[in-house]
Design a protein around this ligand. Structure first.
Ligand code: C5P
Length: 307
């Protein structure tokens, strides 16, 4: 029988009740909405990928108070913040006494389809698991994560993963071949519940070839993956947003991206590049269309577990 998976302590040991974590952005290599469920959520089938764009998360233990501070004035510091929600969830599920103060240095754009808030929440769970020496197995952390939000379970481990159900059924996949990623945030924000509602109203005929994409990952075929990137939410954007997304995708492809896609419910659009200098040229060319722009590497599964 295999041992339960434990999160490897790859980061520096903590001193004085304080832990640091990196919270990485997620991208959707594919996103398929299978249908609405009786609980109001939707069954999804998506291939998720971590990117080396990250928020710095610091967690300090307190006597019982829960709070967060960030470098973005519009982000709440109470339980409306997923990071605080994660800390509340951790203490209530484990029954441990105490609380947490969380400091977030945000780099991942907010409400951009990059899972920033979800990743911060997952980082808080990892940090508290270490700080309190609870040492829950990763499956237990992922189960807790599902109570916080649909993308949080993926963010506990990250890497390249097939996520199904609401997003909580995770199957690790062979890693995306190393590549450069240009992430473009055009500026508009889309409401996730509204885009899901539009999905219910429309009959969409195009779906991602998720199985083909998984097969290409297994073969280590970068172009095979890039050719199959598809996000059904692109098909329910309003006209202006759809035009901007198409314009950015076209520009990235013209500058040598092997594939380009909107992530999640947007509005971030990214391109995958085998050639780092082409990625730099694409980033410079996309700048006039974007509010924020990043050039990063893909990221294999981190915090990989001792089995
Ligand atoms: O789980 P989370 O709070 O991140 O979801 C935000 C919203 O996205 C939900 O309220 C729901 O409207 C929609 N959603 C969905 N099906 C999913 C995930 C999210 O309908 N699998």
């Amino acid at each position: 029988m295999s041992m339960p998976e434990k999160i490897a302590h790859e980061q520096a040991p903590e001193r004085g009740g304080c832990a640091h974590e990196k919270a990485f952005a997620k991208l959707n290599l594919s996103l398929d909405v299978l249908g609405k469920r009786p609980d109001g959520y939707h069954d999804l089938r998506m291939v998720m990928q971590s990117a080396a764009l990250y928020d710095d998360v610091t967690v300090e233990l307190t006597n019982g108070a829960f709070s967060a501070e960030t470098n973005r004035s519009y982000i709440p510091g109470d339980e409306k913040n997923l990071a605080v929600k994660a800390a509340l969830c951790f203490f209530s599920e484990t029954g441990l006494p105490g609380g947490a103060h969380i400091t977030l240095h945000k780099r991942i754009p907010v409400c951009a389809g990059l899972g920033g808030g979800s990743s911060d929440a997952a980082a808080v769970l990892r940090a508290l698991n270490r700080l309190t020496r609870t040492e829950l197995p990763v499956a237990a952390l992922e189960e807790m994560a599902a109570k916080i939000g649909s993308d949080v379970p993926f963010c506990v481990r990250g890497g390249t993963v097939l996520a199904e159900g609401r997003g909580e059924r995770l199957t690790p996949l062979p890693p995306l071949p190393d590549c450069s990623i240009v992430i473009c945030m055009p500026g508009f924000t889309a409401s996730t519940p509204e885009l899901f509602a539009r999905m219910d109203e429309k009959t969409l005929r195009c779906r991602p070839d998720t199985d083909g994409l998984i097969k290409a990952l297994g073969e280590g075929s970068f172009t095979g993956v890039a050719r199959r990137m598809y996000n059904m939410f692109e098909d329910v954007l309003d006209r202006r947003a759809a035009m901007l997304v198409a314009q950015i995708k076209g520009l990235l492809l013209d500058h040598g991206a092997a594939g380009a896609l909107m992530s999640g419910t947007g509005s971030s659009v990214y391109g995958l590049f085998a050639d780092a200098s082409a990625a730099e040229r694409a980033r410079d060319a996309a700048a006039p269309l974007c509010r924020e722009l990043f050039l990063v590497q893909s990221l294999p599964m981190r915090n990989i577990l001792n089995v």
